[in-house]
Design a protein around this ligand. Structure first.
Ligand code: UDP
Length: 513
């Protein structure tokens, strides 16, 4: 395999044998990849060697970040392993685009699993020997990789402990047994506080995807999760102490909270271009131009709107959202997906007209990948309209922003919304009841323009309730910042990982439990 090694690689190999060596096996989806890479970089700042292993189509997304980290002298390596297209049945290049098409997901997972043998041989042949595997939960085959190498394996999640515990409890207490209607309200069992969900919103961890082979794969993922030697989660202890403790107890597993991992970038740079490159894709807008636009706005006056790297709204919904933002009266930055197959010319025309009507002074449309971290951390931004992907949510928490919550699909978004609105008290919900994907009866518009307008006005407003929400958001941001500093919980957990997985008798399998 091709390998991009840190400067002074020979020294690393020779001199770092006493340090922990984490091998990261991330998933290619940005919501998984970005936080996993950030975690690797953070561990490297604590003295560990981190090797990220990935197929070329994933490595290309990571390379820029890894190389800029290597230039600062941190011990991070990126090693590429080509996928076996013939054996897995994955058409060549099917993994090159933004997303692997749904019909090839099984082949893609199979192709990833086939990397176990070459990765294992590589790790045996190239010192220093790994001391711990950190794998995305979607790679259950890493159980065997770690077992063969005789090292522990940690599962990596970028989700909140609240969501993980809710999903775990819904499953272990069989909350949906006998519940026929997937929109019927069910109370999450085993928690002190009462949270009501539906199966459509929260079907259980990695469950509820209507693809024939999915349930069997989800069982395999669950077995691998249960057998892990511990869990690394992108959250921080002070955000949700009872749920972190609850999840660790429920799974009888050590949980290391290390977030918000995005702070890695803030602690090392203030450069717009570097912050913008953190998204692992080239930004669709010049970061300096974006900064200048934001610099021209009053503090806390701008609304940022983005639904993450995957979610796509229906064309009619896009129009409704745009009209709602226009009617809200606030300046806004809107990251709107605009690739050829997603929107027809009518929507493009609508967006052009909207820009012309509202004016470049009041709206900045980013057609494609937005420099999200840069935007969220700018003083001009006052609220975030989000799909509640956990990374986006935690990035907003770290930036001290209240949110308009608008979950789009299953996985954890509806539970993250509950976390923001009901646990943290920093969000206003648009009131979506069921995910966009897999609706029984397809609705083109889930949220009307009036609701958009009202929610934005409410979160940006001057009233006591809005002020209270902002106060809570600021207090959480302060806690997030402390967690990442020396003496903070996430900082201490990163150091604990590095100490605990240093070479020696402590690194045999099972030692982390
Ligand atoms: N992101 C970004 N620019 C974009 C869209 C997303 O930088 O235009 C980043 C965002 O900051 C976050 C990640 O991509 O770190 C998306 O993860 P999240 O869990 O929020 O949502 P997902 O994309 O998995 O639905």
């Amino acid at each position: 395999p091709a390998s991009i090694l840190a400067r002074g690689d020979a020294e690393d190999d020779g001199g770092r044998t006493q340090a922990a060596h984490f091998v990261f096996v991330p998933l290619r989806e940005q919501g998984h990849l970005i936080p996993a890479v950030d975690t690797a970089l953070l561990l490297a700042t604590h003295g560990a060697l981190c090797t990220i292993v990935a197929p070329p189509s994933t490595a290309v997304l990571v390379r820029r970040t890894v190389e800029s980290t290597q230039r600062t002298g941190l011990p991070v390596r990126l090693v590429e392993f080509p996928l076996d297209y013939a054996e897995s049945g994955l058409p060549e290049g099917a993994d090159d685009g933004d997303r692997v098409p749904h019909r090839y997901m099984w082949n893609y997972y199979r192709a990833m699993a086939l990397l176990r043998v070459p990765i294992e041989s590589y790790l045996r042949a190239h010192a220093p020997y790994p001391t711990c595997i950190v794998s995305d939960f979607v790679h259950p085959w890493t159980t065997e990789l770690a077992a063969n190498l005789g090292v522990p394996r940690l599962s990596f999640f970028s989700m909140c402990a609240f969501g993980l515990l809710c999903q775990h409890n819904l499953e272990r207490f069989h909350a949906y047994d006998g519940v026929k209607d997937s929109n019927e309200p069910v109370v999450v069992p085993g928690l002190e506080r009462r949270f009501v969900v539906t199966r459509a919103q929260a079907p259980g961890f990695f469950r509820g995807i209507p693809i024939p082979w999915w349930e069997e794969f989800a069982d395999y993922v669950e077995r691998a999760r249960a057998e892990a030697d511990g869990v690394i989660v992108n959250t921080f202890l002070e955000l949700e102490p009872e749920y972190v403790a609850g999840y660790a107890a429920a799974r009888e597993m050590k949980v290391w909270t290390v977030g918000p991992v995005s702070t890695y970038h803030h602690s090392r740079t203030t450069l717009a271009s570097t912050l913008a490159s953190r998204g692992l894709r080239a930004s669709a807008v010049d970061p300096d131009e974006c900064l200048r636009w934001l610099d021209g706005k009053e503090p806390r006056s701008v609304v940022y709107v983005s639904f993450g790297s995957i979610a796509q709204a229906d064309p009619k919904q896009v129009v409704e959202l745009g009209l709602g933002l226009e009617a809200s009266g606030h300046p806004f930055v809107w990251a709107v997906k605009d690739t050829a197959d997603e929107y027809d010319e009518t929507v493009r025309e609508f967006l052009r007209e909207l820009e012309a009507r509202v004016g470049a002074g009041r709206c900045l449309l980013i057609r494609g990948w937005a420099p999200q971290l840069l935007i969220l951390s700018h003083d001009a931004v006052g609220a975030f309209v989000t799909h509640c992907g956990w990374n986006s949510t935690l990035e907003a928490i770290a930036a001290g922003l209240p949110m308009v919550t608008w979950p789009h699909f299953i996985s954890d978004q509806f539970l993250n919304e509950k976390m923001v609105v009901e646990v943290l008290g920093t969000g206003v919900s648009v009131g979506v009841k069921e995910p966009l994907t897999f609706q029984a009866v397809k609705k083109e518009i889930l949220v009307g323009r009036d609701v958009v307008e009202e929610s934005v006005r409410s979160v940006m407003g001057d009233g006591e309730e809005a002020e209270e929400r902002r106060r809570r958001a600021r207090a959480l941001a302060a806690k997030a910042a402390s967690a990442a500093l020396v003496g903070g919980s996430s900082h201490a957990n990163l150091q604990d990982l590095v100490n605990r997985f240093a070479p020696g008798p402590g690194t045999v399998r099972g030692a982390a439990a």
